[in-house]
Design a protein around this ligand. Structure first.
Ligand code: FES
Ligand code: FE
Length: 373
């Protein structure tokens, strides 16, 4: 069955089946997650040659490795012999080569087939033709972004462009030096909701006054539900009494060295479609990566990134991390409360987008176009 995309509407949400139908989810895997740039792993998680991570991208398992010369490479995690999954662990480190656990075909860190039992007795097997299948990879903000498409879309336009769209220029995000920051905390959330509910929730702040008391204490303008309209480059201002972006408004860790005066004491939120959210505050960066696993299940991995000296000093990050951890918990609970109702006849025609949510309508427009490609 193919699904005819609906004409998008800026006042109505997508119909409920878009959040529950496995066939629509399959189309999204094909035309969204496997067609666009997908933020896979944090580069610093692969330390030294031979480090590897496996990550699910759409329906594929992708293997990201660090080569002998220190670059990141990505391959489909499939042995070319009889198709066994090459690496079954989520992460690990090999000395110089990846060996398939089935018949021991062995690939170097560039994906070349370098050994196989009795290969010399198999002159018909062209070693060069049976290297691992390469996947396009770009590094940005300290993360490896991969794309399974044969012809990946422009990284500059489709990924980096989101920051420009939100902040007004490319340099603004560069000032946070995200690729040089250290991981302070990582929390993984297993959310029983469709990935689009999570995107839609992140894109609006109509719910902030209702479910985010700690966040609205720090960012008072979010309390009136209109914050999503803040204009390009503006960011949401901290309350006057607020010391930092912390759960109780106590002081944070100052300001990252290149963050400008006008970025100070402000919060910026960027959505990089399809699966990434970035929050910028003066002393840290919060980066969410979503891994949609089923129509009703999405794993969200959230990294809190700080100046390396803050992390190295062993500073207590609790108050800092706790603010957005609470926001995440509140948001994901809301998404999980919404998910079962997507299958209700009450939501057959979808719901309503109030005026502050019209950019969610633009997200639906983008998605339905993508599904029609
Ligand atoms: Fe990998 Fe046979 S399937 S070596
Ligand atoms: Fe929220």
């Amino acid at each position: 069955m193919t699904t005819t995309p609906l004409p998008p509407s800026l006042t109505a949400t997508l119909p409920g089946r878009y959040y529950t139908d496995p066939e629509i989810f399959r189309q999204e895997q094909d035309r969204v997650f496997e067609a666009l740039w997908f933020c896979a792993v944090r580069a610093a998680d692969l330390e030294g040659p031979g480090a590897f991570r496996t990550v699910r991208v759409g329906r594929e398992s992708v293997l990201v490795t660090r080569s002998r010369t220190g670059e990141l490479r990505a391959f489909l995690n499939v042995c070319r012999h009889r198709g066994a999954r090459l690496c079954t662990e989520e992460s690990g480190q090999v000395r110089r080569a990846l060996q398939c656990p089935y018949h021991a075909w062995t690939y170097d860190l560039e994906g070349r087939l370098i050994a196989a039992p009795n290969l010399v007795k198999m002159p018909d097997v062209d070693r060069a033709a049976y290297g691992l299948v390469k996947v396009a990879l770009r590094e940005w903000l300290g993360y490896a972004w991969v794309c399974l498409a044969d012809e990946p879309p422009s990284f500059e336009e489709t990924v980096m462009g989101a920051a420009v769209e939100r902040l007004g220029d490319a340099a603004s995000i560069d000032r946070y030096g995200t690729e040089r920051l250290a991981l302070g905390r990582r929390i993984s959330y297993d959310v029983r909701a469709n990935w689009k509910l999570i995107v839609e929730n992140f894109m609006e702040c109509y719910h902030c006054a209702t479910i985010h008391p700690e966040l609205t204490d720090v960012l008072p303008e979010f309390a009136d539900g209109f914050a999503a309209q803040y204009y390009v480059g503006h960011g949401a201002a901290f309350g006057e009494e607020v010391g930092g972006f912390t759960v109780d408004g106590s002081a944070g860790f100052g300001r990252l060295p290149e963050v400008s005066q006008d970025q100070d004491r402000r919060y910026y939120a960027i959505t990089v479609k399809p699966t990434v959210f970035i929050n910028l505050v003066p002393d840290h960066v919060i980066l969410h990566r979503m891994f949609p696993l089923a129509a009703d299940r999405t794993v969200v991995e959230c990294d809190w990134l700080y100046a390396p000296d803050v992390v190295a000093s062993g500073a207590d990050l609790t108050h800092s991390v706790e603010l957005f951890h609470r926001v995440n918990t509140q948001d994901f609970a809301a998404c999980e409360r919404t998910q079962p109702a997507m299958a209700s006849r009450a939501y057959r025609e979808g719901g309503v987008l109030v005026p502050t949510e019209h950019h969610i309508g633009l997200f639906h427009e983008w998605l339905t176009k993508q599904l029609a490609t």
